[in-house]
Design a protein around this ligand. Structure first.
Ligand SMILES: [Zn+2]
Length: 94
């Protein structure tokens, strides 16, 4: 299971215990989609799973960051999360 952690405005937030109903559903949706996209990702060298930290100043302005055992794992995760977007929006700048 991939760990997905949330930090909003510097505070560690647990979606399951968040009182804010809309926020809870937003964070749970992010967590589910991250886990779905990364469920099979393991470090090719160490076999460990990554941890994703989603943080931002508020719920509507979040970005994600990967932590893991080594740079190789981080690159694998970034490829996994970015790849499809690059295929949908190919850059044809000469
Ligand atoms: Zn590793």
């Amino acid at each position: 299971m991939i760990d997905v952690l949330f930090e909003i405005n510097g505070w560690r937030v647990n979606p399951d215990s968040l009182g804010h109903v809309l926020g809870k559903s937003v964070l749970r949706t992010i967590r589910t989609s991250m886990r779905r996209r990364l469920h099979s990702v393991r470090c090719p060298d160490h076999g460990s799973a990554p941890t994703i930290v989603v943080r931002g100043p508020r719920l509507g302005d979040l970005s994600w960051e990967v932590t893991g055992c080594c740079q190789k794992l981080i690159e694998v995760v970034q490829r996994q999360l970015m790849g499809p977007q690059e295929i949908e929006h190919p850059t044809t700048v000469p």
